[in-house]
Design a protein. Sequence first.
Length: 299
Amino acid sequence: MKILLFGADGQLGWQLRRSLCVVGNVTALTRRSAPCGDLADPAGIARTVRELRPDAIVNAAAYTAVDRAESEPDAAFAVNHRACETLAAEAARIGAWVVHYSTEYVFDGSGDAPWRETDATAPLNAYGRSKLAGEQAIARGCPRHLILRTSWLFDAWGDNFVRWVLGAARQRPELQVVDDQWGAPTRAALLADVTAHLLRALRPELAGTYHVAAAGEASRHALAVFALQCAQQHGLGGLQTGPANILPVPSTAFPRPAARPANSRLDTRRLRDAFGLVLPPWQQGVEAVVAELAAASRA
């Protein structure tokens, strides 16, 4: 299988480089690559697909600046929507599959039940609207598609909440973390490994949208407490804050330009039923990442 990967330098893309190499021959592109890997250049990415003629396009590139998207929605839609229209059209033309990643931000975050793939979408912010438009472009433009919605993505590098907690705990004696946003922290490595499994099991009747998130649920506050418990257990040095010094606060304590969903839980039963995958608890991924960071700090 010839696989064309966009966004290869992001935290998910980096893990996909590892996981996809056991599935096929991977061409991994970043925004600065040649041939063109810049999703803000639709003509360029169309030329790339036509030149390489992959069997599968894996799109891990996205505009992810949630707050900035409120003031520059055109930039968000250029990458998260219009580039998807191009990828879908070019994939359909050559009969390729498209694997595209989306987010729980396509929902309005109400209630406390995990969101199912068939639930009504109603994004709260410009970022969510751009991601929903991208989903719709992929589904409409290419019959051979997998849209994988995930939540609270993190890993051992990149800009994510787990790394923020650990960094802030080295600088402050006390942290305030919201306790009214709930989801399932999902390691990028897990999502990458699931993607590899799905590519090996592809059949036309399995095309569609799936939720991929680690098992269980946590508030942002509970996640921060657990991350620091792991940091102490694995000897991460330089911490000024301990788990007992993370104070729960409401989201209103931190006004942001973009509204965040309170309920980011995702129901993964469709993934399990279609592909036989039972995903591990979120704590497993968090502990593994914290252990890696602790080991790296001692190297």
